[in-house]
Write a protein of this length. Structure first.
Length: 60
């Protein structure tokens, strides 16, 4: 089953470096950063913005 790596945008460079080191480049989706101090309502907004792209990547 295909997967998609989801992380906040601050990890773009780290994800590339890790992918290169492992020789594996999964589909990626980055959301706005930071997320750890967001309210539930703010997290819902971030998720709503990302869900269409996530479904597209999962079903491509």
């Amino acid at each position: 089953m295909p997967g998609v790596f989801v992380a906040s945008a601050v990890f773009v460079d780290a994800a590339k470096i890790q992918s290169d080191a492992l020789g594996f480049a999964p589909e990626r989706l980055f959301v706005e950063h930071p997320i750890q101090d967001r309210t539930d309502d703010e997290m819902r907004i971030i998720a709503e913005k990302a869900v269409e792209a996530l479904v597209e990547k999962l079903t491509a």
